[in-house]
Write a new protein. Structure first.
Length: 292
Protein backbone atom coordinates (compact mmCIF):
# COMPACT_ATOMS: atom_id res chain seq x y z
CA UNK A 1 0.00 0.00 0.00
CA UNK A 2 1.47 3.38 -1.01
CA UNK A 3 2.29 5.83 1.74
CA UNK A 4 1.42 9.53 1.40
CA UNK A 5 3.74 12.26 2.49
CA UNK A 6 2.43 14.22 5.51
CA UNK A 7 1.60 17.27 3.34
CA UNK A 8 -0.28 15.17 0.77
CA UNK A 9 -2.30 13.44 3.50
CA UNK A 10 -3.20 16.80 5.02
CA UNK A 11 -4.43 18.06 1.65
CA UNK A 12 -6.55 14.95 1.11
CA UNK A 13 -8.07 15.26 4.59
CA UNK A 14 -8.84 18.93 4.01
CA UNK A 15 -10.60 18.13 0.75
CA UNK A 16 -12.69 15.38 2.33
CA UNK A 17 -13.75 17.63 5.20
CA UNK A 18 -14.90 20.29 2.78
CA UNK A 19 -17.22 17.99 0.83
CA UNK A 20 -20.25 18.10 3.18
CA UNK A 21 -20.32 21.89 3.11
CA UNK A 22 -20.54 21.78 -0.68
CA UNK A 23 -23.07 18.99 -0.94
CA UNK A 24 -26.16 20.54 0.64
CA UNK A 25 -27.86 23.90 1.05
CA UNK A 26 -27.71 25.93 4.21
CA UNK A 27 -30.65 26.06 6.60
CA UNK A 28 -31.99 29.58 7.07
CA UNK A 29 -34.23 30.14 10.07
CA UNK A 30 -36.90 32.79 9.48
CA UNK A 31 -38.51 34.22 12.61
CA UNK A 32 -41.76 36.15 12.15
CA UNK A 33 -43.67 38.22 14.68
CA UNK A 34 -47.15 38.08 13.16
CA UNK A 35 -48.74 40.67 15.43
CA UNK A 36 -52.50 40.96 15.06
CA UNK A 37 -52.59 38.76 11.99
CA UNK A 38 -56.28 37.95 12.12
CA UNK A 39 -55.43 34.25 12.40
CA UNK A 40 -55.76 32.05 15.46
CA UNK A 41 -53.61 28.99 14.87
CA UNK A 42 -50.16 28.11 13.61
CA UNK A 43 -51.37 26.29 10.48
CA UNK A 44 -53.24 29.38 9.26
CA UNK A 45 -50.31 31.64 10.10
CA UNK A 46 -47.82 29.37 8.33
CA UNK A 47 -50.04 29.29 5.25
CA UNK A 48 -50.10 33.10 5.25
CA UNK A 49 -46.30 33.38 5.36
CA UNK A 50 -45.63 30.38 3.11
CA UNK A 51 -45.18 32.60 -0.01
CA UNK A 52 -42.48 34.56 1.86
CA UNK A 53 -40.66 31.35 2.78
CA UNK A 54 -40.89 30.11 -0.80
CA UNK A 55 -39.66 33.40 -2.21
CA UNK A 56 -36.58 33.49 0.03
CA UNK A 57 -35.82 29.81 -0.57
CA UNK A 58 -36.12 30.10 -4.34
CA UNK A 59 -34.15 33.35 -4.52
CA UNK A 60 -31.28 32.15 -2.33
CA UNK A 61 -31.22 28.45 -3.20
CA UNK A 62 -31.28 27.64 0.52
CA UNK A 63 -33.66 25.75 2.79
CA UNK A 64 -35.82 28.06 4.90
CA UNK A 65 -37.49 27.01 8.17
CA UNK A 66 -40.27 29.22 9.53
CA UNK A 67 -41.08 30.02 13.18
CA UNK A 68 -44.00 32.32 14.03
CA UNK A 69 -45.05 34.02 17.26
CA UNK A 70 -47.78 36.45 18.27
CA UNK A 71 -46.39 36.90 21.78
CA UNK A 72 -44.02 39.79 22.53
CA UNK A 73 -42.49 37.89 25.45
CA UNK A 74 -41.89 34.69 23.47
CA UNK A 75 -40.35 36.57 20.57
CA UNK A 76 -38.04 38.54 22.87
CA UNK A 77 -36.80 35.26 24.37
CA UNK A 78 -36.21 33.75 20.94
CA UNK A 79 -34.30 36.82 19.76
CA UNK A 80 -32.19 36.67 22.91
CA UNK A 81 -31.34 33.04 22.10
CA UNK A 82 -30.09 34.06 18.64
CA UNK A 83 -32.32 31.59 16.88
CA UNK A 84 -32.83 33.26 13.50
CA UNK A 85 -30.98 34.00 10.29
CA UNK A 86 -33.73 36.42 9.23
CA UNK A 87 -36.24 38.18 11.48
CA UNK A 88 -39.43 39.97 10.45
CA UNK A 89 -41.02 42.19 13.07
CA UNK A 90 -42.51 45.59 13.95
CA UNK A 91 -40.30 48.57 14.84
CA UNK A 92 -40.17 48.03 18.60
CA UNK A 93 -39.10 44.39 18.22
CA UNK A 94 -36.73 45.32 15.42
CA UNK A 95 -35.02 47.71 17.84
CA UNK A 96 -34.80 44.90 20.42
CA UNK A 97 -33.34 42.62 17.73
CA UNK A 98 -30.55 45.14 17.05
CA UNK A 99 -29.41 44.74 20.67
CA UNK A 100 -29.41 40.95 20.22
CA UNK A 101 -27.14 40.98 17.17
CA UNK A 102 -29.45 41.56 14.21
CA UNK A 103 -29.13 44.16 11.48
CA UNK A 104 -32.22 45.67 9.78
CA UNK A 105 -31.71 45.69 6.01
CA UNK A 106 -35.18 46.04 4.45
CA UNK A 107 -38.34 47.80 5.63
CA UNK A 108 -41.93 47.83 4.47
CA UNK A 109 -42.71 50.78 2.20
CA UNK A 110 -45.65 51.61 4.49
CA UNK A 111 -44.86 53.38 7.81
CA UNK A 112 -46.68 52.71 11.07
CA UNK A 113 -48.81 55.42 12.64
CA UNK A 114 -51.96 55.86 14.69
CA UNK A 115 -55.28 56.92 13.16
CA UNK A 116 -58.03 58.35 15.34
CA UNK A 117 -61.32 56.99 14.04
CA UNK A 118 -64.95 57.62 14.87
CA UNK A 119 -68.24 56.87 13.13
CA UNK A 120 -69.58 59.30 10.53
CA UNK A 121 -72.68 60.05 12.64
CA UNK A 122 -70.58 61.50 15.49
CA UNK A 123 -70.01 65.30 15.60
CA UNK A 124 -66.25 65.12 16.33
CA UNK A 125 -64.02 66.78 13.74
CA UNK A 126 -60.63 66.91 15.49
CA UNK A 127 -58.84 65.01 18.25
CA UNK A 128 -59.39 67.96 20.58
CA UNK A 129 -63.16 67.39 20.27
CA UNK A 130 -62.84 64.03 22.03
CA UNK A 131 -62.69 65.42 25.57
CA UNK A 132 -65.24 63.67 27.75
CA UNK A 133 -65.76 60.78 25.32
CA UNK A 134 -65.32 57.02 25.66
CA UNK A 135 -62.18 56.10 23.74
CA UNK A 136 -60.33 52.93 22.81
CA UNK A 137 -56.55 53.12 22.37
CA UNK A 138 -54.33 50.41 20.87
CA UNK A 139 -52.41 48.45 23.51
CA UNK A 140 -49.27 49.79 25.14
CA UNK A 141 -47.11 46.95 23.81
CA UNK A 142 -47.99 47.68 20.19
CA UNK A 143 -46.11 50.16 18.01
CA UNK A 144 -49.30 52.17 17.46
CA UNK A 145 -50.53 52.57 21.06
CA UNK A 146 -47.77 54.87 22.34
CA UNK A 147 -47.99 56.92 19.14
CA UNK A 148 -51.70 57.40 19.86
CA UNK A 149 -50.91 58.81 23.31
CA UNK A 150 -48.54 61.31 21.74
CA UNK A 151 -51.17 62.39 19.22
CA UNK A 152 -53.75 62.88 21.98
CA UNK A 153 -51.35 64.89 24.13
CA UNK A 154 -50.38 67.15 21.24
CA UNK A 155 -54.08 67.92 20.77
CA UNK A 156 -54.40 68.82 24.45
CA UNK A 157 -56.06 65.56 25.51
CA UNK A 158 -54.73 63.48 28.43
CA UNK A 159 -56.49 60.12 28.77
CA UNK A 160 -56.36 60.17 32.59
CA UNK A 161 -57.76 63.70 32.83
CA UNK A 162 -59.81 64.52 29.76
CA UNK A 163 -61.55 61.34 28.60
CA UNK A 164 -64.76 59.99 30.05
CA UNK A 165 -63.59 56.38 29.79
CA UNK A 166 -60.55 54.61 28.34
CA UNK A 167 -60.34 51.12 26.91
CA UNK A 168 -56.89 49.63 26.22
CA UNK A 169 -57.27 47.73 22.97
CA UNK A 170 -55.12 44.66 23.56
CA UNK A 171 -57.37 42.90 21.03
CA UNK A 172 -57.98 45.11 18.01
CA UNK A 173 -61.05 43.21 16.80
CA UNK A 174 -62.79 43.65 20.18
CA UNK A 175 -62.02 47.38 20.23
CA UNK A 176 -63.29 47.83 16.68
CA UNK A 177 -66.47 45.92 17.52
CA UNK A 178 -67.14 48.20 20.49
CA UNK A 179 -66.82 51.24 18.24
CA UNK A 180 -69.13 49.65 15.67
CA UNK A 181 -71.76 48.87 18.33
CA UNK A 182 -71.55 52.34 19.90
CA UNK A 183 -69.94 51.28 23.18
CA UNK A 184 -66.98 53.53 22.30
CA UNK A 185 -67.13 56.99 20.71
CA UNK A 186 -63.72 56.83 19.04
CA UNK A 187 -60.62 54.64 18.81
CA UNK A 188 -56.98 55.09 17.91
CA UNK A 189 -55.66 52.17 15.90
CA UNK A 190 -53.32 51.46 12.99
CA UNK A 191 -53.89 51.85 9.24
CA UNK A 192 -54.11 48.08 8.78
CA UNK A 193 -57.06 47.82 11.15
CA UNK A 194 -58.69 50.85 9.52
CA UNK A 195 -58.42 49.20 6.11
CA UNK A 196 -60.22 46.10 7.40
CA UNK A 197 -62.88 48.25 9.09
CA UNK A 198 -63.61 50.04 5.82
CA UNK A 199 -63.77 46.76 3.94
CA UNK A 200 -66.23 45.25 6.41
CA UNK A 201 -68.42 48.34 6.90
CA UNK A 202 -67.90 50.75 3.98
CA UNK A 203 -68.81 54.36 4.67
CA UNK A 204 -69.31 53.91 8.43
CA UNK A 205 -66.07 55.46 9.71
CA UNK A 206 -64.12 58.70 9.41
CA UNK A 207 -60.58 59.67 10.42
CA UNK A 208 -60.23 62.83 12.50
CA UNK A 209 -56.49 62.74 13.19
CA UNK A 210 -53.18 60.93 12.85
CA UNK A 211 -50.05 60.44 14.93
CA UNK A 212 -46.41 60.84 13.99
CA UNK A 213 -45.07 58.12 11.70
CA UNK A 214 -42.32 55.58 12.32
CA UNK A 215 -40.79 53.02 9.96
CA UNK A 216 -42.88 49.88 9.60
CA UNK A 217 -42.14 46.17 9.77
CA UNK A 218 -38.54 45.29 8.90
CA UNK A 219 -36.51 42.30 7.78
CA UNK A 220 -33.31 41.96 9.82
CA UNK A 221 -30.45 39.52 9.37
CA UNK A 222 -27.91 37.96 11.72
CA UNK A 223 -24.97 40.37 11.81
CA UNK A 224 -22.53 37.46 12.27
CA UNK A 225 -23.22 36.11 8.79
CA UNK A 226 -20.36 36.28 6.31
CA UNK A 227 -20.19 39.29 4.01
CA UNK A 228 -21.15 37.08 1.08
CA UNK A 229 -24.23 35.73 2.87
CA UNK A 230 -25.28 39.21 3.95
CA UNK A 231 -25.00 40.58 0.43
CA UNK A 232 -26.96 37.65 -0.97
CA UNK A 233 -29.79 38.16 1.53
CA UNK A 234 -29.87 41.94 1.11
CA UNK A 235 -30.25 41.51 -2.65
CA UNK A 236 -33.23 39.22 -2.03
CA UNK A 237 -34.93 41.18 0.78
CA UNK A 238 -34.67 44.72 -0.63
CA UNK A 239 -36.99 45.49 -3.53
CA UNK A 240 -39.26 42.47 -3.07
CA UNK A 241 -42.13 44.24 -4.83
CA UNK A 242 -40.19 44.24 -8.08
CA UNK A 243 -40.11 40.44 -8.15
CA UNK A 244 -43.35 38.48 -8.84
CA UNK A 245 -42.61 36.04 -6.02
CA UNK A 246 -41.74 38.81 -3.59
CA UNK A 247 -44.80 40.81 -4.58
CA UNK A 248 -47.04 37.81 -3.93
CA UNK A 249 -45.35 37.20 -0.58
CA UNK A 250 -46.12 40.75 0.56
CA UNK A 251 -49.68 40.56 -0.74
CA UNK A 252 -50.37 37.35 1.21
CA UNK A 253 -49.59 38.92 4.60
CA UNK A 254 -52.60 39.99 6.67
CA UNK A 255 -53.15 41.85 9.92
CA UNK A 256 -50.85 44.51 11.36
CA UNK A 257 -47.99 43.48 9.04
CA UNK A 258 -50.13 43.84 5.90
CA UNK A 259 -50.17 46.63 3.36
CA UNK A 260 -46.64 46.73 1.95
CA UNK A 261 -46.19 46.74 -1.81
CA UNK A 262 -42.39 46.81 -1.72
CA UNK A 263 -39.38 46.74 0.62
CA UNK A 264 -36.90 49.61 0.93
CA UNK A 265 -33.33 49.64 2.25
CA UNK A 266 -32.94 50.62 5.90
CA UNK A 267 -30.37 50.77 8.70
CA UNK A 268 -30.05 50.10 12.41
CA UNK A 269 -29.82 53.84 13.01
CA UNK A 270 -33.29 54.46 11.58
CA UNK A 271 -34.90 51.94 13.94
CA UNK A 272 -32.82 52.98 16.93
CA UNK A 273 -33.99 56.59 16.48
CA UNK A 274 -37.64 55.65 16.06
CA UNK A 275 -37.47 53.38 19.11
CA UNK A 276 -36.34 56.28 21.30
CA UNK A 277 -39.52 58.13 20.28
CA UNK A 278 -41.71 55.09 20.94
CA UNK A 279 -40.13 54.38 24.32
CA UNK A 280 -40.78 57.93 25.51
CA UNK A 281 -44.38 57.69 24.29
CA UNK A 282 -44.77 54.32 26.04
CA UNK A 283 -43.59 55.95 29.26
CA UNK A 284 -46.35 58.53 28.82
CA UNK A 285 -48.82 55.71 28.13
CA UNK A 286 -47.93 53.99 31.40
CA UNK A 287 -48.23 57.24 33.35
CA UNK A 288 -51.56 58.28 31.84
CA UNK A 289 -53.09 54.79 31.60
CA UNK A 290 -51.46 52.80 34.43
CA UNK A 291 -51.19 49.05 33.79
CA UNK A 292 -53.84 47.00 35.56
Amino acid sequence: MPRHAPLTSALILSALLSLPALSHAANYRLGVFAGSAGKDNQSELKAMFKPLVEYIAKSTGENVRLEISQSFGNMDRRLDAGRYTIFLGPPQLTADAIEEGYEPVAKWDKPIFGVVVTTVDKPYKTIADLKGTRMGIAGRDTAVGPLCISALNKAGVRPDQDLGAVYEGKFQDVMVQQLSLGSLDAICTGPGALRIMNEQEPGKYKVIGESARVPGFALSIDKDLSAAEKNKLIAVLVGMGKNPGGKQALKSIQGSAAGAADTLPTTSKEYFTSNMLMQENKRLYNVQIPPK
